[in-house]
Design a protein around this ligand. Sequence first.
Ligand code: SIN
Length: 292
Amino acid sequence: MQVAHSVESDAYPFEINRIGDVAGAEIIGLDLSKPIDIATRDAIMRAFLEHHVLVFRDQDLTKDQQAAFSENFGTLEHHVGRLPNGEPFPIVHTVTNLGPDGKPLGEKMGKGNFHWHTDKSYHEVPSLMTMLHAKQVPADGGDTQFANTRMGYAALPEATKDRIAEMKAEHSWEASRRNTKSPPATEEQKRERPPVTHPVVRTHPDTKDKILYVGCHVSHIHDMPRDESDDLLAELMDHTTQPKFVYSHRWRKGDYVMWDNRCLLHRASPNFDTANEARVLHRTVIIGTKPY
Ligand code: SIN
C-alpha cells in the first residue's frame, strides 16, 4: 500500500508527499504540458535527488509536450531497438502490451522489461533519468518496481564492500538479450552497441553516494572465473532487490513518473492480465554521464 506523508520542507514551490519508504514522492498541482520556469525545474531536480522517483499526478501530455518537458533535464536519447517495420523508435516511444492490431499480446509480449535493470548501462554513457507517462493502465497491477541501490550498497557487509570496491563489469545489449531470454541481438545491434565496462560500485555524480551498479545488462565481472562472477552478480542482485529496498509504483492513468537510473534498478511487473488489459506508457530517456 502507498501512504502519502507531507514532506517536511519549505523548499518546494509545489505540494509534495512522500509515498514510498525507500523512494518515491508524489507532486500535486503542476501541469507538465505547459513550459516550466527555471526555479520550478531546479526544485523538481532537488526533489528528484531527494526522493529518486517522482510521480506527477493527473497529467495529460502529448508526445511533443513530453519531449519538451523532458528536455528541461538534458538531452533525449533514442531506444536501441527497432520497430517491427525496421524503423528506429521515435524519441518518445511507447511501452505497450498491445500488438499492431491494438489487442493485448498476452504471452507474446516482450519480457525484457520484467528483469531488473538500470537504463542503457550497455552504453559508455548510460541514462540519467527515465520518464514514463501512463496513458492506459490495467484495473489491477502492472506496477513498475524500483530497487534502491544506494541503500543496497550501504547495507552490504564491510567485507563485501572491500571485495567489490575496485571491480569492473562488462555490460552489453547482447548480454541483456541473453540474460532476459529475449530474441538475440542482431549483428547490426552488436556493431552499433559494443560491450562497455563500468565499475561495479559507482559514485552518484550529484550526491557522491556509493551505488551498486549491476542489473540484467551485465555480462560478467572482469578478471574472475565466469562461474564466480555469475555467483557474485546473483548475490549482489538478490541483496539489493530485497523487498525492504523496493518501492512498487501502482499506476494511475495520467501519472507522469521520472526516476534516477544512477541509484535505482527498475522492472515492470507482469502482475496484470496481459492477455485482456491494456498497459500503455509513453517513455523518454535523458542521457547521463560516464560512471566512475
Ligand atoms: C522500462 O523498463 O523502462 C519500462 C518499465 C515499465 O514498463 O514499467
